[in-house]
Design a protein around this ligand. Structure first.
Ligand code: UD1
Length: 372
C-alpha cells in the first residue's frame, strides 16, 4: 500500500490530478492511500471550487491557503506550509503536476526531505526563460525522482539535459483523460444558450500570460485584433483575474462599443468551458492546456505567443503560433475562418487516449521505494 500526497495549486492542476485521484480510489486493491493537498494558490470560487465540483474531486485533506503574492513570497509560503505536512504524513510518493509555482515549491520540499516526488507533465520546454513556468519546469525536472512525460518530445528534452532514462516514463497526457471523461457531462451545460451563440459560429479567447497581459502595448495589440475578428463572428472572452485587473488598470475595454464586439465574461467552470470551446469555430489563447485540448478535439487554435512548450500540438494537431502582432493574428484568424475544416484530418498525439492515469499509477508502483 502506497501513501501518496497528490498536490494541486492553481486552475490548470485540477484536471490533471482528478484522473489520478479517481484511479487511485478506484483501484481499491489496497494499492494506494491517496491524500489531496491544495496549496490555495488559486482561491476564487470560479478558479478553484467550480473545478472540484465539475471534476468530482474530493474535498482537500489539507488546504494550505497561501493565496497570491510575488513569485518569491508565493513559492516560499507554499514551502513553509507544505514541509510540516510532509514530515507529519511521511508519504511514499508526492505527485506534483504541471509548471505552476506550487509545483516547484512542493517538489523542492520533498527533494530536501528525501521524500520521493513524481512530476506529471515533465519535460515540456518552451526554451523561453522569461516565462516563470519554464523556470518551474526546468527546476522541478532536475529534482523529481520520476518524470512522467505527456509526449516523446518531452523525453528528448530531458535526455538532452542529461537526465537519466531510468527516471523518465512516457505515460501520455493525463489532462486528456479528464477531457474524455467529462465530455458527455459537459453536454448538459447551457452556456451556449445563455450566451446566445450557435455551434461553429463563434470564437473563444483566453489570455493570462504575464508577457501578454501585464504589458499595455501587447494587450492593446491583441485587443485590436480581437475587435477585427469580432466584426466577423461573436468573440467570447472568459477573463482571468490577472487580465481583468490589468484591463481596468490600463483603461482598456471601457467603451460599450468594445464590449459589444468582444464579450467579456467571468471565468467558467470546467463543464461550461468545455462545452463552449468544443463548439467554437476558432480558439485564440495563450494557455498551454487549451492548445492540447483543442488538438484532442480537432478545433482550430491560434496561440498568441512566439513559442510553445507543446510543439506536438503544432506538428500533429490544430495549433498555430501567431504571436501578438495585430496583423498576424487577424490574417491567421481570417484564413482559419475561411478554411474548410470538415476536410481536415484530425491527428491525436500518441497516448492521448484517456488512459494516462492508469499508466501513471503503474509507474508509481514500479518505482516505489523499497520498504525497509
Ligand atoms: C498561474 C500559473 C500559470 C497558470 C495560471 C492559470 C505560476 C507562476 N503561474 O498564473 O502557470 O497558467 O495560474 O490560471 O504559477 N488571482 C485571483 N484569484 C485567484 C488567483 C489569482 O484574483 O484565485 C489574481 C491575483 O490578483 C493574483 C493574480 O491573479 O495576484 C495572479 O495569480 P497567480 O497565481 O500569481 O498567477 P496566475 O497568473 O494565475
Amino acid at each position: 500500500m502506497l501513501k501518496v500526497l497528490n498536490v494541486v495549486g492553481a486552475r490548470p492542476n485540477f484536471m490533471k490530478i482528478a484522473p489520478i485521484s479517481h484511479a487511485m480510489l478506484r483501484r481499491g486493491r489496497g494499492e494506494f492511500t491517496p491524500m489531496l493537498v491544495h496549496t490555495g494558490q488559486h482561491y476564487d470560487p470560479r478558479m478553484s471550487d467550480a473545478f472540484f465540483h465539475d471534476l468530482g474531486l474530493p474535498e482537500p485533506d489539507v488546504h494550505l491557503g497561501i493565496g497570491s503574492g510575488t513569485h518569491a513570497a508565493q513559492t516560499a509560503a507554499v514551502m513553509q506550509l507544505f514541509e510540516p505536512v510532509v514530515i507529519a504524513e511521511r508519504p511514499d510518493w508526492v505527485v506534483v503536476v504541471g509548471d505552476v509555482n506550487s509545483t516547484l515549491a512542493c517538489a523542492l520540499v520533498c527533494a530536501k526531505l528525501g521524500v520521493r516526488v513524481a512530476h506529471v507533465e515533465a519535460g515540456l520546454r518552451s526554451r523561453d526563460r522569461t516565462m516563470p513556468e519554464e523556470i518551474n519546469r526546468l527546476l522541478t525536472d532536475q529534482i523529481a525522482d520520476l518524470l512522467l512525460t505527456p509526449s516523446t518530445d518531452a523525453d528528448a528534452n530531458l535526455r538532452a539535459e542529461n537526465i537519466s532514462a531510468e527516471r523518465i516514463r512516457f505515460v501520455g497526457n493525463v489532462m486528456i483523460d479528464s477531457l474524455y471523461a467529462q465530455l458527455p457531462r459537459a453536454q448538459d451545460s447551457q452556456v451556449r444558450e445563455q450566451l446566445s451563440v450557435h455551434e461553429k459560429e463563434y470564437a473563444v479567447v483566453t489570455l493570462h500570460r504575464p508577457s501578454n497581459v501585464d504589458d499595455r502595448e501587447s494587450l492593446s495589440r491583441i485587443l485590436r485584433a480581437l475587435k477585427l475578428i469580432g466584426e466577423r463572428l461573436p468573440v467570447i472572452f472568459p477573463v482571468h483575474p490577472r487580465t481583468r485587473r490589468n484591463l481596468a488598470e490600463f483603461g482598456l475595454m471601457n467603451s460599450g462599443e468594445d464590449q459589444e464586439v468582444i464579450r467579456l465574461i467571468e471565468p467558467l467552470g470546467y463543464h461550461d468551458f468545455l462545452r463552449l470551446y468544443s463548439g467554437a469555430r476558432l480558439v485564440l489563447t495563450d494557455s498551454g492546456g487549451l492548445q492540447e485540448e483543442t488538438t484532442a478535439l480537432g478545433i482550430p487554435c491560434l496561440t498568441l505567443r512566439e513559442n510553445t512548450e507543446r510543439p506536438i500540438t503544432v506538428e500533429l494537431g490544430t495549433n498555430q503560433l501567431v504571436g501578438t502582432n495585430t496583423e498576424r493574428i487577424t490574417s491567421a484568424a481570417f484564413a482559419a475562418l475561411d478554411a474548410n475544416h470538415a476536410h481536415q484530418e484530425k491527428r491525436i498525439p500518441p497516448l492521448w487516449d484517456g488512459r494516462a492515469a492508469d499508466r501513471i499509477l503503474d509507474a508509481l508502483l514500479e518505482f516505489a521505494p523499497v520498504a525497509t
